[in-house]
Design a protein around this ligand. Structure first.
Ligand SMILES: *Cc1c(COP(=O)(O)O)cnc(C)c1O
Length: 395
């Protein structure tokens, strides 16, 4: 049945057919606890009844008209996003990569407005920005680029969390126009930079008239304890990209601009057939309503902290645990060895986890999980990590 799927994914041999909250059921009736939320997408858990009702109502009313006409819910969603973030304008697409494509096009337009004809966008080593040609070029991981040359020009990579590297680059490279960066690197293993890193980037961007473009596709929508992770630094970016949890599973991406990044994409310069259609916007509006009403960002802060402390306690005698990194409900446990097999070992125990960067257990549970569910994740993951000890396994 699976053999007509283009083999771009190394999927695990399990088919989920139903979900509720933090739980998924497979086609054999077995139940799994989801500590990954479909890669930070289902922040409100699976089959959230209010999101389902909003989608159903919208589907029964109007799904799509195209952007040839005003779309009421799109305007409402843009207003809400700008109210929550202090940004000015929003472009809607259908994915994270598309949100970042819009950001890249904005940086190019910004460059041309300043008569820079060969602009450079600085991105970070070990970053992830998507799989389209431009976003995989921006991505700081050579593996995603293999075999796809020729790649678009105009990107330059430096180490993450290294302000001096950027200052050094700025001395040699006068055509920089923007810095595209994740507040926390998710795909490469929950890498959390120095607390003032984003502030220093903001200062450097101000000083040099570069756009600060934050990829909050994974960190956004409350996951790290505030609507945007960058709000914990009290800074405003020129461009912010969102996707993943914005629709709780309905595909939607957004590129938000502020100040000098605003107004650069004008009629005819960019577009998307589906982007911001009534269905996707109805879902996202409901997601945000619930996020606010149930104060899920605060919940992420409190539960995330509690989970980190519990992991520290449970793993304190584990010599092979290098570091536990956590902000809100983005949790990474780095081991001294590769540990990709923990994903299938966890699956055998009916728990969904992920390993990022080869050696970091990554947990992105729904923001709605209960204390008991969190305890179950802590116990199962800790036991798996303890059993993975290189010392135990050679006995
Ligand atoms: C997932 C992700 C993307 C890409 O999003 P898609 O919807 O898969 O295109 C880009 N940036 C970050 C930080 C992500 O986590």
């Amino acid at each position: 049945m699976h053999n007509h799927i283009m083999p771009t994914y190394a999927s695990l041999p399990v088919r989920f057919i139903k979900g509720e909250g933090a739980w998924l059921w497979d086609d054999k009736g077995d139940k799994y606890l989801d500590a990954l939320s479909g890669i930070a997408v289902c922040g409100l858990g699976h089959a959230h009844p209010e999101v389902a009702a909003a989608i159903s109502e919208q589907a029964n009313t109007l799904m799509h008209t195209s952007n040839l006409y005003f779309i009421d819910k799109q305007e409402k969603l843009a207003n809400k996003l700008c109210e929550l973030t202090g940004m000015n304008d929003v472009f809607f697409g259908n994915s994270g990569a598309e949100a970042n494509e819009a950001a890249i096009k904005i940086a190019r337009r910004f460059a041309h407005s300043k008569n820079i004809s060969n602009p450079v966008i600085v991105t970070m080593n070990n970053s992830f920005h998507g799989r389209t040609l431009a976003t995989l070029t921006a991505t700081g991981n050579p593996k995603v680029k293999e075999g796809f040359a020729p790649l678009p020009s105009g990107f330059c990579h430096i180490p993450y969390n290294d302000i001096q590297a950027l200052e050094g680059l700025a001395e040699q490279q006068t055509d920089i126009v923007a810095v595209l960066v994740e507040p926390i690197q998710g795909e490469s293993g929950i890498n959390i930079p120095a607390t003032d890193y984003l502030n220093k980037l903001r200062e450097l961007c101000n000083k040099n008239d570069w756009l600060l473009m934050l990829d909050e596709i994974q960190t956004g929508i409350g996951r790290t304890g505030t609507f945007l992770a960058s709000q914990q630094n009290n800074i405003k970016a020129d461009v912010v990209t969102l996707a993943k949890a914005l629709g709780n599973g309905v595909p939607i991406g957004a590129c938000l601009t502020h100040g000098k990044a605003t107004g650069l994409l004008t009629a005819g310069t960019h577009g998307s057939t589906f982007g911001g259609n009534p269905l996707a916007c109805a879902a996202a509006l409901t997601v945000i309503d619930i996020l606010e009403r149930d104060q899920l960002s605060n919940r992420a802060t409190q539960l995330g902290e509690k989970m980190r402390v519990a992991f520290e306690q449970a793993l304190k005698n584990c010599g092979h645990v290098v570091e536990i990194r956590q902000k809100g409900l983005m949790i990474g446990i780095e081991l001294s060895t590769l540990c990709v097999e923990l994903v299938s070992k966890a699956l055998e125990q009916n728990l969904l986890i992920n390993v990022a960067g080869g050696n970091t257990v990554r947990l992105l549970p729904p923001l709605t999980i209960s204390d008991d569910e969190a305890d179950k994740i802590i116990t199962t993951v800790s036991d798996l990590i303890i059993a993975h000890s290189p010392i135990i396994s050679v006995q």
